[in-house]
Write a new protein. Structure first.
Lengths: 116, 106
């Protein structure tokens, strides 16, 4: 069974840092590009970042570029999102998702709340 | 960035209705549009990929069409379990971008 289990969320103050993890199982993790996508409360989906299957390339939304870093450890079947200089507008449910020809499976999400 | 303009934003419907939603891309995205369903408290699920291809296990009452800049997603014979927010997403170029979502309510 394909599973993507995200962790590491929580309540943090503006300006602080947080690192999300997403553990993959049930498929060959190193065969898939991986994405982070978020949904802020009462808002729609926003694509955040992606990383190639081998970690060789990554892309970011303008809203997080320079503050967020996506990485992966294929030996641990784990995707990461390091988030720095967090702002209130980063408050959202963060989903990890896999991609080969399409973004076909999403994890359950982890909540990040940025508030003083 | 490519802007995906989705309509309508929300609509009240009845079980058994045929419902249609649209996405218009701000530039040509070929057939690289996917449609997702998100129910309350759940993660999004892929329904249609590359504009018109039904994903594994998706009922045939869900269909997609379009290419270039104009895309349509249709649910025929709407069921109670189809009440959700639906999103289009262009995967033609980074950053991927979503439409604002369409919420169907009874």
């Amino acid at each position: 069974e394909v599973q993507l289990v995200a962790s590491g969320g929580g309540l943090v103050q503006p300006g602080s840092s947080l690192k999300l993890s997403c553990f993959a199982s049930g498929f060959t993790f190193s065969d898939f590009h991986m994405h982070w996508i978020r949904r802020a409360p009462k808002k729609g989906l926003e694509w955040v970042a992606m990383i190639y299957y081998d970690g060789g390339h990554n892309f970011y939304a303008d809203s997080v570029k320079g503050r967020f870093t996506v990485s992966r450890d294929n030996s641990k079947n784990t995707l990461y999102l390091e988030m720095n200089s967090l702002r209130s507008e980063d408050t959202a449910m963060y989903y990890c998702a896999r991609y080969r020809n399409n973004v076909d499976f999403w994890g359950q999400g982890v909540m990040v709340t940025v508030s003083s | 960035d490519i802007v995906m303009t989705q309509s309508p934003t929300s609509m009240s419907i009845s079980v058994g209705d045929r419902v249609t939603m649209n996405c218009k891309a701000s530039q040509n995205v070929g057939s690289n549009v996917d449609w997702y369903q998100q129910k309350t408290g759940q993660s999004p699920k892929l329904l249609i990929y590359k504009a018109s291809n039904r994903y594994t296990g998706v009922p045939d009452r869900f269909t997609g069409s379009g290419s270039g800049t104009d895309f349509t997603f249709t649910i025929t014979n709407m069921q109670t379990e189809d009440l959700a927010v639906y999103y289009c997403m262009q995967s033609n170029s980074y950053p991927f971008t979503f439409g604002s979502g369409t919420k169907w309510e009874i």
